[in-house]
Design a protein around this ligand. Sequence first.
Ligand code: FE
Length: 239
Amino acid sequence: MNLSALFNLTYGIYVISSKRGNKFNACIVNSVFQVTAENPTIAISVAKNNLTHEFITESKVFTISILKKDTPLPFIGKFGFKSGRNIDKFNDTKYDLGITGVPFLRENSITYIEAEVINSTDVGTHTIFIGKIIECENLCKNEPLTYSYYHKVKGGKSSKNAPTFAQQSAENIIIKEKKEDLKMKYVCDICGYVYDFNIGDDIHGIKSNTEFKDLPDDWKCPICGVGKKQFTKLNKIGG
Ligand code: FE
């Protein structure tokens, strides 16, 4: 069985939100699909260890925000690589509330869909929630961000909670890169972001040709927010 065959399946990048009482949380998923047109229903696959999974299981309601093509990586990182157990993801996020009181994004989102859970299937690490759509609206005209574009053009990585996650990051990067190039690269152990000496970090105003050791002590991964200690030099991993 050649599991790389599955890489040819297509996916999007979606923010799934839910609530517990008056608390909100959200996470990124890549697997959302419309199940029926008549009595419209939608299905999502959510990792069981996500806090959002607990919220959906309890409240039986969720929204899907479809991210636009040019959504900044740190915005995706906030929802995809940080846990609502540690931060309030809606604290600095523009949102509105749907009919059920679940938030949907008002920034970087082109469409939202609100649904009530009518069924769910336990698939081991994940649950597939099937929802009856009770509201949906387009928020702006833009193209949706596809999973392929996120990986190939934006250089984004998969969370370990993605249903499609396969061991990637450091090992795969090493195979693809020439060894001399690796000396200047450090990979984030959490999200797989690569700090490249030749590129720097635009988001934090770090110019190209800045060595990793010269980054400020309080520099953080632009995607997931961890500090320098959680980065590994690539040529060391390769041996
Ligand atoms: Fe990171």
